[in-house]
Design a protein around this ligand. Structure first.
Ligand code: SF4
Length: 732
């Protein structure tokens, strides 16, 4: 057994990682309500009462923007952006500002709880940590004996402490982990990875020409892209935006095309056709850095702009013009790949088409192009998972063509749990994930959970999934924890810190502590992989990097460089099999997949129905922020967007409550009648519609997309394809 690092060294010399004092700043007036709450409920110690400004990282979404927390008299009164964190350009979004409510929300899970009633009815009793941890450990032991260690699935989402949870799964011996990419980026990573060997970052700041397919960056915020997209340099920036809906990004774009949902690939292939047939591609680059261009040339002949016009409702003349403009702006031109789960079941190939188009204009590793990520390497925490005999492979093995071993496929995995094949999975450990809101086909998720003999949720606030659990363990929030040092890769890689601003309130504990306590109860060999303090862990991460240690203390972030470098990959092999950009994928051909993207038209919308499309807005991080009091004030519910002409035709009014029915469920939502959506689609925001009473602001309001959306699958990545559901609308 190897353990993390030498205790002799680390115990004595660990990084003193408390707050970093900087000059006092302005303090907002948010604190009074919190002070009252904190004083009444929270037993805090004297050193909490100090006034201080703490460098830390936002935990409200994946971007991890730098924060300065203003702590006054033991209360976090305000969160300000850390101006040294370049990636967020000195900004905290509404969610970042509203992070205070995560700490002080009345819906926080305050102590360990054990279910006393039926699953989902919300009857729990308070338990001691000792009792709750003993119960979880006993169930993990029993499940291993009855069903092998693969009989428990570990479900989580990204975060600074997720690593401990997935490491625990590995040390416990389960191959079954379901992670965030399986509900998000999986097709994107696969499509770009198959082409470039990596998923590069678009250099939005320096691009003169951006094309975005439904990547609604004005609302689904990704720093710095959301900000850079709007700023541009010298007014040269052109943004072409394709979306069935007139979003806030459409409003900011140079041109918006209400594309037919599911036809983006047709547009991309037709653009490629123009650029290739008119000889507008980067000839030298293509010759030096790509393979398969000749096959592309032949393949692309069928995809003319005139053909594409009939598919995507964008005039052929515009497609031709945009293709020419795009090629002329190259290499400072990007077809932006976006994020999110899959739109349709061809999503991986659609992302491949984007990667190929970017490839032929030669924007690879150039200013304003697609730039490979770099990162600052920290010392790794080594651990050795015990070996267990007789543990089968992942339950969803052999499902998707390119299934990620660590992330899995929610769709395939859940189906197999319900079938009970090829083996039973009867235990569920959940960390920071709420699949009853975040995974399509909620009824199936409930069915999966009903089959579980034991469910434990570790989270901060109550939610539907916690209500369906047997044991709930309260985690400390990101403003109360000391977390691992985080290295964020990108064009400008950065190292960030997360420091506790106050002590954990109530009986909440950091995830690492919870994992350590469970490990101790299970096996010494498992515990050996977690036998360290967080301070030791961080000290080890920063071994031999006094420069990072100093910068984190003085500025809360560390950058090795503040301007990007380009072209580092030129003359070197890329991480593909051929070492080049693979326009034609031999790897896909060998798996029986199309080696070049082949367009197939999405199913026609049946008469009398609409295609349901989903998206986010700037106040919601999926299902996690809808119950935040500040954000709830800004957006108390979701509504159903319906085209004004359709509403007139059907005699429906703005604000009227309608019943929205898919093949799976009916939900009630208020209508938002607007010209800003195609007549064949309706839209709703993701993240609303709860079934339990754990989130009091949301109860009885809004509709759930997870209930309505069918679990169609993208078969290459195993992602769920979110825009293939049709709905009927009737007055409620
Ligand atoms: S984008 Fe907003 S929510 Fe996300 S990390 Fe930055 S401030 Fe926080």
């Amino acid at each position: 057994m190897t353990i993390a690092f030498s205790k002799k060294l680390s115990r004595r010399n660990f990084l003193l990682a408390s707050s970093c004092a900087i000059g006092a700043g302005s303090v907002a007036m948010m604190g009074s309500r919190y002070r009252a709450l904190a004083a009444s409920k929270h037993v805090f110690e004297l050193d909490d009462l100090a006034n201080r400004d703490v460098f830390t990282s936002c935990g409200m979404c994946v971007n991890k923007c730098g924060v300065i927390a203003r702590v006054r008299n033991g209360v976090i009164e305000k969160l300000d952006p850390n101006p040294h964190f370049l990636k967020s350009r000195g900004m905290l979004c509404a969610r970042g500002n509203a992070g205070l409510d995560t700490v002080y929300s009345p819906d926080r899970i305050k102590y360990p709880m054990i279910r006393t009633g039926e699953r989902g009815d919300g009857k729990f009793r308070q338990a001691s940590w000792e009792e709750a941890l003993d119960l979880v450990a006993k169930n993990l032991q029993d499940l291993a004996e009855k069903y092998t260690r693969a009989g428990t699935v570990f479900v989580s989402t990204e975060g600074y402490q997720e690593h401990f949870f997935t490491t625990f799964a590995e040390c416990y011996g389960s191959p079954n982990t379901l992670r965030h990419p399986s509900l998000c980026l999986a097709s994107n990573i696969q499509g770009f990875g198959a082409t470039y060997g990596t998923n590069p970052t678009p250099d939005v700041l320096n691009a003169d020409y951006l094309i975005m397919s439904g990547a609604n960056r004005s609302e689904a915020l990704i720093t710095p892209d959301s900000i850079d997209m709007l700023t541009g340099e010298g007014g040269k920036r052109k943004v072409v935006y394709l979306d069935p809906r007139f979003t806030k990004t459409a409003a900011k774009a140079t041109e918006w095309f209400p594309i037919r949902a599911g036809s983006d690939m047709a547009f991309i292939l037709a653009m490629t056709n123009v650029i290739v047939t008119e000889g507008l591609y980067a000839k030298q680059f293509v010759a030096d850095m790509t393979i398969g261009f000749d096959e592309l040339k032949t393949h692309i002949e069928q995809y003319t702009p005139e053909w594409a016009e009939a598919e995507c409702d964008i005039p052929a003349a515009d497609i031709r013009r945009i293709a020419r403009e795009f090629a002329a702006a190259a290499p400072r031109a990007v077809y932006y790949q976006g994020r999110r789960s899959s739109f349709f079941d061809n999503d991986t190939q659609m992302r491949r088409a984007m990667a190929i188009l970017n490839g032929v204009i030669g924007n690879w590793d150039q200013p304003g192009g697609m730039v490979p990520n770099s990162s600052i390497v920290l010392e790794r925490h080594d651990y050795l998972a015990p070996w267990y005999d007789g543990v089968p492979p992942r339950l969803d093995s052999g499902s998707a063509s390119y299934l990620s071993e660590k992330d899995g496929s929610w769709k395939y995995f859940r189906d197999r749990v319900i079938e009970g094949k090829p083996y039973p999975v009867k235990g569920m450990m959940i960390y920071k994930q709420n699949p009853l809101v975040s995974v399509a086909n909620r009824q199936k998720t409930l069915e999966m959970m009903e089959q579980m003999e034991f469910i434990c949720t570790i989270d901060i606030t109550m939610n539907d999934t916690a209500y369906y659990s047997d044991v709930i363990l309260p985690e400390a929030t990101y403003l109360e924890r000391l977390d691992p040092i985080e290295s964020l890769g990108g064009i400008l890689p950065v190292v960030t810190t997360r420091e506790p601003c106050i002590k954990p309130m109530y009986e909440s504990k950091p995830n690492l502590w919870i994992i350590q306590q469970l490990s101790k109860r299970l096996d010494d060999e498992i515990y050996a992989s977690f036998d360290f303090t967080m301070e030791e862990y961080r000290h080890h991460q920063l071994r031999n990097r006094p420069d990072i240690t100093k910068a984190l203390k003085e500025k809360g972030v560390f950058y090795e460089k503040t301007t990007p470098t380009y072209g580092d990959t030129y003359g070197k092999r890329l991480k593909t099999k051929s070492g080049k950009i693979e326009i034609y994928s031999e790897k896909y051909a060998q798996k029986g997949l199309d080696p070049l993207p082949v367009y197939s038209r999405p199913a026609d919308i049946p008469e009398g129905r609409y295609r349901l499309i989903l998206g986010r807005n700037a106040y919601l991080t999926h299902g996690t922020t809808a119950n935040n009091a500040y954000l709830h004030d800004l957006m108390p519910e979701n509504s159903l967007w319906l085209n004004a002409g359709e509403a007139r035709k059907r005699g429906l009014r703005n604000g009227q409550v309608v019943k929205v029915t898919s093949s799976l469920a009916s939900e009630q939502l208020k209508l938002f009648v607007t010209e800003k959506i195609r007549p064949d689609c309706v839209f709703m925001s993701h993240g609303f519609g709860v079934i339990t009473s754990g989130q009091r602001l949301l109860q009885g309001k809004s509709g759930s997309d997870a209930a309505l959306i069918e679990d169609n699958v993208e078969p290459i990545s195993g992602n769920i394809a979110m825009h293939q559901t049709f709905v009927e609308i009737h007055p409620a």
